[in-house]
Design a protein around this ligand. Sequence first.
Ligand code: CA
Length: 219
Amino acid sequence: MMYLLLLEDDLNLGRALHKLLQRQYRVHWLRTLAAARAHMEQGGYDLVLLDLGLPDGDGVDWLRSLRSAGCQIPVLVISARDRLDDRVRGLDTGADDYLVKPFEPDELLARIRVLLRRKAGTAEPRLTAGSLAFAADTHQVYLNGEEISLPPKEHQILAVLMQSVDKPVSRERLNRQLYGLGEGVDSNTLEVHIHGLRKLLGKDRIETIRGYGYRLVPL
Ligand code: CA
């Protein structure tokens, strides 16, 4: 799963973005440049979402130091500064894209996908199961070649099933993906989301393995 660093000091916006992005990506939310500096090196991030006005400095300065150190990670600046010179300055400094607050969630997700795709090069790794395809880097789902969108939980379940096409996947593994470790799991919830997936993809596509879990059938 792609790993995003979200650098945003505004609590409300940070929380909302964290929630939004977590549906598709692993997200590390930090609120200061100091924290970003401390985590960047061993972070293993695939992309940075960078607010410019941070409590301990200007995001542009940090970006400049990243680029001058040879770090090529894609950086998407998200800022309320919408003056043209700010935008130009951000891009000149090495930002890959610039989004002005407030923005639509879909717009943000689309820009992130573009940057991640560009990073992955033209060869987008795809998992397929019959007429179903799943882009491993961007997590887009295609049915008969058309992109479809799934609710977050259904999307997470499918991501796991696509990694083991035609093989049984245990309920435990799927629940772990949905809820992580240590959270209370309502045993019926998984069924509800499987039902949702079947409605969207066709009921024969996901086979129930009694007493164990489910199998994604390549149709
Ligand atoms: Ca800010």
